[in-house]
Design a protein around this ligand. Structure first.
Ligand code: FE2
Length: 407
């Protein structure tokens, strides 16, 4: 058990600090380092001037897809539509054990990069049945001492156009999943997309659960699901409990309509998650030049007061052949894609992989503050710009004061 981390740089504070940790694994105090250096105590970790952050959060991941690239037909167009098609076929053959093993590999990757909390989506529906969900539940159980995982039930093939999905979603929630997922734009018609969103709120009420919906993951400016989700959030009284993931079409709307949608998101206190690597890769495929970047309007959303986070989304799967589980790489891509390389921009991106997703996932005990759980990463670099520049794995990862990795 670690009793303190000393000689640590902290975000937003000058000088070096000591973080004291008590036996229940929470942070007892944050104090400036006194002259004379650290005591020779084996329970005290010397950060040696490195930056210490709360553990990273990967708020949008598909553990059931991780490392599936070689199990599916090649995605020759590189598009979302082709990936969904190949995955729909492949998942009919997957066993829960295959899913569990691939998920465990990805979870180990994420832990090695200092991720302490994951929100993963898991496919449920006619093609997936409950096999993928069972594999992910088993992987969560096997790793619960090392990482926290929220599971979102995700009807990848739609709900209206996949009539078996709704009951599978219910079953997955009964088995222990946490959040109602959706993919509102993946229905046959606009009316079906609206129906899809209504069904998400019905399920959320039934299970008293939050919602995290893939939405408008397209460059098509006529895709208008986000405004429906935001308006329904207000209508159904679910403010603060809904997350809109991707929201790519917002970047293709004209400014006037985008402003209207953003004001609805503010009214619903809807959280937004962007997945910069995957959306840079999947979107803009139909463009000549200039090519759209595909990400939602990250800076405008933050300026409007919306809680924005960033996720890895995919690790070596038919949607995205790259991805490592390193949230610093996700941040690095976001810095480039949304011109967030100013000092203030860098801090915003740091928030997108720490404090902001903690709000979206409603993690009460999270943060580098007195009384919070000592889930910490100790980095070699001394400031956030250098942390993103080098993107190195943490030297040490603590969970509730216990050493999970390194040191
Ligand atoms: Fe996703």
């Amino acid at each position: 058990m670690t009793t303190a981390v000393t000689n640590a740089h902290l975000r937003g504070r000058d000088g070096l600090w000591t973080i004291a940790i008590v036996a229940d694994g929470t942070i007892a105090s944050l104090d400036p380092v006194q002259p004379g250096g650290a005591p020779a105590d084996p329970t005290v970790i010397d950060a040696d001037g490195g930056l210490v952050l709360p553990a990273f959060i990967d708020c949008h991941l598909h553990l059931d897809l991780a490392y599936s690239l070689d199990l599916v037909a090649p995605n020759t167009s590189g598009t979302l539509v082709e990936a969904i098609g190949h995955w729909s076929e492949a998942k009919r053959e997957l066993t829960a054990e295959n899913v569990r093993q691939r998920a465990l590999r990805a979870i180990d990757d994420e832990i090695s990069f200092g991720v302490g909390h994951i929100r993963t989506h898991v496919d449920v529906g006619t093609a997936a049945e409950m096999r993928l969900c069972e594999g992910i539940l088993a992987a969560r159980e096997a790793t619960r001492e090392r990482i926290d995982i929220q599971i979102v039930v995700f009807p990848q093939d739609g709900i209206v156009q996949d009539p078996g999905a709704l009951e599978q979603m219910r079953e997955a929630m009964r088995l222990g999943c946490d959040v109602i997922g959706g993919i509102a734009h993946n229905e046959r018609t606009e009316a079906d997309s609206r129906r899809h969103i209504d069904l998400l709120f019905d399920l959320a009420e039934e299970f008293d659960a939050d919602i995290d919906c893939h939405i408008d993951e397209t460059d098509d400016p006529r895709s208008r699901c986000t405004e429906v989700l935001a308006a329904k959030t207000v209508e159904r009284g679910w403010q603060g409990r809904v997350t809109a993931s991707h929201v790519c079409a917002l970047a293709s709307y004209d400014d006037e309509h985008a402003a209207r949608v953003i004001s609805l998101l503010v009214e619903g206190r809807v959280h937004v998650i962007t997945n910069p690597g995957v959306n840079l890769h999947l979107q803009g495929r139909g463009d000549r030049y200039p090519k759209r970047r595909g990400l939602t309007r990250v800076s405008e959303l933050i300026d409007a007061g919306i809680n924005v986070s960033a996720g890895q989304d995919c690790i070596r799967d038919p949607f995205y052949p790259l991805g490592t589980g390193n949230m610093l790489e996700v941040g690095h891509l976001l810095i480039h894609a949304d011109h967030l390389s100013t000092p203030a921009g860098i801090e915003r991106v740091a928030d997108c992989i720490t404090d902001n997703p903690a709000k979206a996932l409603r993690l009460d005990g999270y943060g580098l503050a007195v009384g919070k759980r000592a889930d910490l990463v100790i980095l070699d670099a001394a400031d956030m710009t250098e942390v993103f520049r080098t993107r190195q794995a943490p030297r040490c990862v603590l969970r509730g004061g216990r050493r999970v990795m390194g040191c």
